[in-house]
Design a protein around this ligand. Structure first.
Ligand SMILES: [Zn+2]
Length: 269
């Protein structure tokens, strides 16, 4: 008992000392803090304002001045799944039966060139194994001016892949089965990425009938090799195909039994 009391006393003393040190540091920093906050209040918003970095929201368009002000390093980042992102995913892309721990996933905050060639913010959840690969790929695509219409979390569509595809959204992680089967898709592991999905649909046969997903993309599903009138078309000459291939991904457009033109997947084995 006596020993316990002594230990408690030591702990109390240590804590008091630590608190004193903290407050003295705060006092010492006070004039500096006041200066900083005053200058923030009086600085008007400029075209190079970087406040969007903290409140990152996909589909926001930023100016060239903002890109310059930030530098590309801060526009292509990978982070652990934070609480706010987790709340958005739960019960949607991240189901209760999900066998992939959240700690194995990452959220990428990246920019891309939208349909009009403007710089647009995007968000993508993926497996940590491919996060560095995807950052390299999307950065090169952006630098080359490659057009991607939107990169939003599939949770924005209540994890409904058909709605996401019909909106030409590009995404990665979603815990789901391969369409029409009970097999888990590579998207369930965050190891597959779909790009410009409306114009690069998924074509497969079920019970003898050819099907296209999304159905809105049927006009872009056939005779693709002969056609030059497909926007955002992914084929062997396409930069996205070449960059994903160079990072070790397989393209669904090369499959024989089905054709998944939007799909790149990574085999982690
Ligand atoms: Zn896919």
């Amino acid at each position: 008992m006596k020993k316990l009391l002594t230990l408690t006393a030591i702990a109390f003393l240590t804590l008091t000392t630590a608190l004193t040190q903290c407050s003295s540091e705060q006092v010492a920093q006070k004039p500096h803090n006041e200066l900083t906050s005053r200058s923030i209040k009086t600085t008007p918003l400029t075209p190079a304002d970087t406040s969007f970095l903290k409140a990152w929201k996909s589909t926001t368009i930023i100016t060239e001045a903002q890109v310059k002000q930030c530098g590309l390093e801060r526009l292509f980042t990978s982070s652990l799944i934070d609480d706010a992102t987790k709340a958005r995913m739960m019960g949607k892309s991240y189901r209760q039966d999900c066998r992939v721990p959240l700690s194995e996933l990452r959220i990428l905050r990246i920019v891309h060139c939208n349909a009009q060639g403007q710089t647009q913010l995007g968000e993508m959840v993926c497996n940590k194994l491919i996060a560095p690969k995807l950052l390299r790929i999307f950065r090169k695509l952006y630098e080359a001016g490659y057009r991607i219409e939107r990169i939003r979390l599939i949770d924005e569509y209540d994890a409904d892949d058909l709605r996401s595809m019909a909106d030409n959204n590009s995404s990665c992680f979603c815990y789901r089965e391969v369409a029409g089967t009970t097999k888990l898709s590579k998207h369930s592991l965050g190891l597959a990425v779909d790009i410009n999905t409306l114009y690069n649909p998924y074509v497969f046969t079920r019970q003898g009938r050819q099907q296209v997903q999304p159905i809105e993309g049927a006009a872009y599903a056939f005779n693709r090799n002969q056609r030059s009138n497909i926007p955002y078309k992914i084929d062997h000459n396409d930069l996205a195909f070449q960059l994903f291939k160079a990072e070790g991904f397989i393209w669904g457009g090369d499959w024989k039994s089905v054709k998944d033109y939007q799909h790149f997947e990574y085999d982690a084995q």
